[in-house]
Design a protein around this ligand. Structure first.
Ligand SMILES: Cc1ncc(COP(=O)(O)O)c(C=O)c1O
Length: 369
């Protein structure tokens, strides 16, 4: 098996040359608007708002949903700290819910048990590009009157029941950080069908200017999380290459998964029936003794992964959120302990993937825990 050719980076070079000629431009330049229009169309959402990171997209989205002090937000423990930090930054309280090891989806029984009159929103996190059941999500949110802020940072290109990740909820947040399938070094954007939320997020990212209709510019305190025009130009070029970049990531992931197919103690974590998975990261279920130790050994041998390299742990166990009064989210811990999500980029070629497969095979056969 060989990887498909991806269109070259000439478009990126051309757009960068054009943006550099126009700089410095205190008005901010024109590529952000073009990127927003094309991103909205590509993802099938009425509005896209570009910001400086995926974290900033989540922050602006929660603010636009009216989340603030005293509110509670249901968020899976199966996530990175970047999902949760904006909840705390707005003065709201993250309430951690568990995930189901069989599906990686939210544990809705656990979520139901944690609802209070202060619960205002639920944040599904499509970690590793897996998006969970959109019908169960919308039913739960509508029965309980919650806003849905999707963390689709890693999920551009995933769909289920013909619904694209990031377009199921009130607002969806995507990261453009390098390593994501569409990237611009740093950056992010949010998707929404609500003009009100788009206006609020646009105001929020730029010190409340332009203000939403009916409000005066700079009449509220906000922040600067604008996407710089040179990064918008890179994002635009990569958005136009998105179908090819997605096809490449899917081929890379399939290639690695097939190459480790018969390795003892290592198996593929298959997507749900009907899920069109973007194949963000090859997902390996590890049934060996001390699976985290195994992930760390692979990282030391040059196979990067979320648990082995970045020591990803359930967010409810991080020191700033840990609490002795609360049961830990055991499903999330079980998933993270036994899963290796291999980190890929557009630059990983056949030789890299063959090397990763050889290391995984060799070390799994020799592993004693
Ligand atoms: C699941 C998830 N949420 C949020 C973020 C935050 O995105 P960014 O790094 O662009 O701020 C990331 C980024 O790595 C992520 O993987």
């Amino acid at each position: 098996m060989t990887l498909p050719e991806t269109p070259g980076r000439q478009l990126t070079m051309d757009l960068m040359a054009s943006v550099l000629q126009q700089m410095p431009d205190p008005t901010g330049g024109g590529y952000v608007g073009v990127f927003e229009r094309e991103a909205a169309k590509a993802f099938g959402a009425p509005y896209a708002v570009a910001v400086s990171s995926g974290t900033a997209a989540i922050h602006a989205a929660l603010a636009a949903c009216g989340i603030g002090p005293g509110d509670e937000v249901l968020v899976p423990a199966l996530t990175v700290v970047m999902t949760v930090a904006p909840i705390a930054a707005l003065g709201a309280t993250p309430v951690f819910i568990d995930s189901d090891p069989a599906t990686l989806d939210l544990d809705y029984d656990d979520a139901a048990g944690k609802l209070t009159p202060r619960t205002k929103a639920i944040m599904p996190v499509h970690l590793w590009g897996r998006m969970g059941d959109p019908t169960a999500l919308t039913r739960f949110a509508s029965v309980h009157g919650l806003a849905v802020v999707e963390d689709a940072a890693q999920a551009a290109g995933t769909a289920r029941e013909e619904l694209g990740a990031g377009t199921v909820g009130t607002v969806g947040c995507v990261s453009l950080k390098d390593g994501k399938i569409i990237s611009s070094g740093e950056g992010g954007f949010l998707l929404t069908a609500s003009a009100e939320i788009a206006e609020h997020a646009s105001a929020f990212r730029s010190h409340w200017q332009p203000a939403p209709r009916g409000e005066a510019p700079q009449s509220r305190l906000a922040t600067n999380s604008r996407l710089a025009d040179p990064l918008a130009a890179i994002a635009l070029a990569n958005l136009r290459r998105f179908p090819a970049l997605l096809e490449l990531r899917q081929a890379q992931t399939r290639m690695l998964l097939e190459a480790v197919d018969h390795v003892p103690g290592v198996s593929e974590l298959v997507p749900a029936v009907g899920e069109e998975w973007n194949c963000f990261a090859p997902l390996l279920r590890i049934d060996l003794a001390n699976p985290r130790g195994f992930a760390e050994l692979l990282a030391s041998q040059g196979v990067p992964s979320s648990t082995g390299s970045f020591r990803l742990v359930p967010c409810d166990t991080r020191p700033m959120f840990a609490s002795a009064d609360r049961m830990p989210c055991r499903g999330a811990a079980q998933i993270l302990d036994h899963t290796i999500a291999v980190v890929l980029t557009e630059r990983d070629n056949e030789a890299t993937l063959e090397r990763y497969a050889a290391v995984i095979t060799r070390e799994a056969r020799a592993w004693v825990g």
